[in-house]
Design a protein around this ligand. Structure first.
Ligand code: FE2
Ligand code: FE2
Length: 479
């Protein structure tokens, strides 16, 4: 069944009506979800109509419809990509066997853990972003953060469906817990570090959606080839939504850079490191943008887990979590005799060391992520070329500012030089924004609600959402 049933409380294309037990479990979870959404979702905007897209199918073309909706009435649904007949497991020790429709008993605990970790990130980001509406630089941007938020909510539904359908009582308990943890909470934090960081301002939001949602893409893509078919089909559809989140991030930062370079050119500021000059005219200076990149990129790299990991080897071997674009990789997809080069600390230096490829699955996924981020940097740097400003932004070294993995115990500069701990702390603000930088960014965050108008620190987007004109009212704030 691939038609989406929109008549029922929970829109779905999984024939929920035929599974009464599951339907009851999800319907019991629904009001708790709504409670969570109303308390932890976008603060202060629950009653306004927002121009949102809602998934109404899973076809690559035309899966969404756009229209005004109040967020608590958004139709969060359960949507899986169509089942592929005859699909076989593409990697690991079960390579060539038919994919599993049920949870293989031996991998139950591993799969549950993978689903819970992925599931936990979805509500976490909604919590992190809940105050951003109050300082939106335009109605266009306000609509975009809300769109990202409702889709992260849908991603939570996607994971909760898997837990409730396939993991019995354990799954139901995990589904409850997903609504109980809180981003940044001391007693009950979200599972992963980056999802407990604050997202207090819009530059942080654009960096988060550029880098951290891109980690999400990498993880989802590795699940999209999972030998456990329900996970593969669920994440395949989630990926189609993730594209917009990364678009919001990439173009958001691009628009900030555009505006900053305009301010520089309009005011004869030729030194790209002139912080005071740019701030005098209300822009976000280039060194601060670079420092925000350094922060969000490094905390996101931690999400990939330890570079050398037996857990990752096990979930690959088991056929549960693949590499990025697994089917396109030209090797035996089992890796028992292969090695992979990984950056490690050896003899007080960062060196590239060949390790058994199976243990380096996380390092490889991080490599693919880094490649993807490099492409984003190229796009951002085009703005400087177009504006005639001799500056470029870059990614810091992968070992910079890491709390997880090979580099957790060393202190590394943005260029990849290991330095003594004391020196690193003394020089920290060469690479990371200081409190006063962050306060300056916060001071710029003022709500702009006139349709078609943008805050001074960001330029207008090239095009509207769904072809809408520049002064379109994306959020109806007037009652
Ligand atoms: Fe998500
Ligand atoms: Fe996302």
């Amino acid at each position: 069944m691939s038609e989406v049933d929109y008549a029922s409380l929970i829109p779905n294309n999984v024939d929920l009506a035929s599974d009464v037990r599951l339907q009851r479990a999800l319907e019991a979870w629904y009001p708790k979800y709504i409670d969570w959404w109303k308390t932890m979702g976008p603060e202060g905007f629950q009653d306004y109509e927002v121009y949102l897209r809602t998934a109404v199918g899973v076809d690559p073309e035309g899966w969404a419809k756009f229209g005004y909706v109040r967020m608590p009435e958004y139709r969060w649904g359960i949507l899986l990509a169509p089942q592929e007949q005859g699909r076989t497991i593409a990697f690991g020790q079960h390579k060539g066997e038919p994919v599993w429709q049920d949870v293989p008993g031996e991998y139950r605990a591993m799969l549950r853990r993978l689903v819970v970790i992925q599931g936990d990130t979805e509500p976490a980001s909604v919590e992190q972003q809940r105050f951003l509406g109050q300082t939106a630089p335009s109605l266009y941007d306000m609509r975009n953060v809300f769109q990202v938020n409702v889709e992260e909510g849908r991603h939570l539904w996607a994971m909760v469906y898997l837990l409730q359908k396939y993991f019995g009582r354990d799954g139901r308990e995990e589904a409850e817990d997903l609504l109980l943890r809180r981003s940044g909470d001391v007693d009950r934090p979200r599972i992963l570090g980056a999802f407990n960081e604050a997202t207090p301002d819009w530059l942080s939001f654009f960096m988060f959606t550029t880098f951290t949602d891109r980690d999400g893409k990498m993880q989802l893509e590795s699940f999209a080839n999972s030998g456990w078919d329900p996970l593969a089909r669920t994440t395949r559809f989630m990926l189609t939504e993730e594209g917009h989140h990364m678009f919001v991030g990439r173009t958001g930062v691009e628009r900030v850079i555009q505006r900053t370079t305009e301010i520089m050119n309009e005011n004869g500021i030729t030194d790209p490191t002139d912080v005071v000059g740019v701030r005098k005219h209300g822009g976000i200076d280039l060194p601060t943008i670079q420092k925000k990149i350094n922060f969000h990129y490094s905390v996101t790299l931690d999400l990939f887990g330890a570079e050398i990991s037996t857990n990752a080897a096990n979930s690959f071997n088991a056929g549960l979590k693949a590499r990025f674009h697994e089917p396109r990789i030209d090797d035996d997809h089992q890796l028992e005799n292969d090695t992979y080069p990984v950056a490690r600390v050896a003899d007080g230096q960062i060196q590239i060391v060949d390790v058994p490829a199976l243990t380096a699955i996380n390092a490889r996924l991080a490599d693919d992520f880094i490649d993807d981020c490099e492409k984003v940097m190229k796009r951002w740097n085009r703005v400087f070329q177009a504006q005639g400003i001799g500056y470029s932004l870059s990614l810091p070294h992968r070992a910079f500012n890491r709390a997880v993995g090979e580099f957790a115990d060393v202190f590394v500069t943005d260029k990849g030089e290991i330095v003594p701990e004391g020196e690193w702390h003394d020089r920290k603000h060469e690479w990371l924004a200081s409190d006063s930088d962050l306060e300056y960014i916060l001071s710029l965050m003022q709500l702009q609600t006139t349709p078609g108008k943008y805050a001074n620190w960001i330029s207008a987007p090239r095009a509207g959402i769904n072809g809408k004109p520049g002064d379109f009212e994306y959020v109806k704030l007037a009652a």
